[in-house]
Design a protein around this ligand. Sequence first.
Ligand code: 2M8
Length: 454
Amino acid sequence: MSFAAWPEPSDVDHMVRRATAVLQGNDMGEWTRASPDLYPHQWSWDTGFIAIGLARLDTGRAARELLSLFEYQWTSGKVPHIVFNPKAPSHSYFPGAEHWSSAGTFPEAPPAPPYTSALCQPPIHAVAARRIREVSLGSGEDSDSTIGFLRDIYPKLLRWHRYLLTRRDTERSGLVTIYHPWESGTDNSPRWDAALEQVEVGEMPEYKRLDLQHIDDPAERPTGPEYDRFIWLVELVKRARCDEGALNDSHPFLVKDVLASSILVAANEALLEIADLIESPDTEREEISEWIDRGRKGLENCWDEEFGIYLDYDVRRDEPLRARTVAGFAPIVAGGLSQERLRRLIETLNSVWFAGHPRLRWPLPPSTSPSEKRFHPRSYWRGPVWPVINWLLWWSLGRAGESALAEEIKTNSLAQLAEDDFAEYFEPFSSESLGSLRQSWTAAVTLDWLADDH
Ligand code: 2M8
């Protein structure tokens, strides 16, 4: 890896202003749209990253961002992957509130409106909650000022994590089961190809995609057959009324996700710190500590010696999902890796398979290795570079003591973003902006990076 030139201070101020304007433009008062047009609702893991960025502007507003999402937590503890904005036009996003109609279909959904989806996404929220506390202390705010927020959010986070560690891990493997690629946040990644190929699409009502109307080039979004399977899996979740017992028995897409599982370990560490701060009962702290150990052990079973990364696991076919994608580095986020594992992961990260590929515009890891046969440089999670993933790598490499490499990722990411309108993702060879512009989480991680340096 190498360093991009660091921008001048005036460039930094300009970038802070532009990133702030993106978040303000998408601000709905107590929550933030993921993007202005393509994603006009509140997304779960986007909310976590958005809160991390907002903390740099206003810790109180950042706290409200997280709390607003948790208002729609299900009675099971699940945090839904989308909370639908009742004011967004119904033709703006599919599948929208009418399609899910969660309050009528699912016994554990909260009262509606707003409606929610029945899926979930990686649990970054506790990491964001702790970050709000850290930023607040770092900027000299009164030490008590975030305690009330932490007391409010702690029991909700605990129920959320407990949901993931029970209903989504009945085997107590430490790994989170997902029912849909949307739950991974990396929707059309080749991570899921082999598992999806086993899913036979049955009879379902006709549907009309709306995502393509917001995009110049359909190649940037999932293909028609991919989308058919996505919608079919939604149909099956609805038919099972999202009963995890039934889904764990018969759902055709049942996968242990290393990215969600790694984020859950990091989130449990954050939760444990919050539990200490607010002096929660010892039994809860012991429970969380046990979750952290279980998660790290489970992840270790996913190591692949040949690829030098960690792999997801297809529960239905009882075998690993062999694809070289950026999710394979996720256990760095979980932390607690042996020096040997960390060294191997960094070697793979810097190799021609990922950030060392000679054609890259910036030495940043593409979402899928350019040497994978299923790589596509413009298609969503099949190749483009995602700033939000680079934030996760930067943050966790720093925590693992790899500060020089972390700094390179940050500097190169900022150089990539400097001339851009905070795109959702980037073509890895030309660095062309792709997907949605003015994407909230891209602006949010930019703000966090910029504040970290100053
Ligand atoms: C993308 O996912 C949504 C479905 O949830 C979509 O394609 O319609 C993903 O990038 C996901 O990770 C992200 O949370 C969401 C909103 O930014 O968009």
